[in-house]
Design a protein around this ligand. Structure first.
Ligand code: SF4
Length: 134
């Protein structure tokens, strides 16, 4: 498993990736928290860029570019990441022991006993705390 480079860390902060990197096997790459925080960070960057653009371009050009940027850099990636997050949850529910355990919280992708994120790998408790979902 490779370690993230400084460039990877910036890409991860803004979630500017099409798919999960190789090194994100221990914890889920997309969570509701990371999706929302990355979208807010991208929103701030787009707004600052809009202020900068307004200094050199007309209002009509600025608003046109801003609307496109808000869709392409903020809303659309966040929507796709949320779809991916839900796909991961479906995979966990279908393919893993945690998916049929009463301690698995799909909303946060957490095990409520260990307070750890669950992935499609080995259950964090290794099956010892498993209880069937009723
Ligand atoms: S108790 Fe074990 S099997 Fe159940 S969700 Fe937590 S880690 Fe998974």
């Amino acid at each position: 498993m490779s370690e993230p480079t400084p460039t990877d860390k910036i890409l991860d902060l803004f979630l500017l990736r099409v798919r999960e990197p190789e090194y994100s096997t221990d914890a889920p790459y997309y969570t509701t928290g990371s999706i929302v925080s990355a979208a807010l960070l991208r929103l701030v960057v787009v707004i600052l860029a809009g202020y900068g653009l307004r200094q050199v371009a007309s209002g009509q050009v600025t608003w046109t570019v801003m609307l496109f940027a808000l869709w392409a850099l903020v809303a659309w990636p966040a929507y796709n990441q949320y779809v991916r997050f839900n796909t991961n949850i479906d995979d966990i529910k279908r393919d893993t022991l945690c998916g049929v355990c009463r301690h698995f919280n799909p909303t946060s992708q957490l095990c409520s006993v260990l307070d750890e994120h669950v992935t499609t790998d080995v259950p964090p408790c290794e099956g010892e705390a498993w209880e069937p979902r009723t």
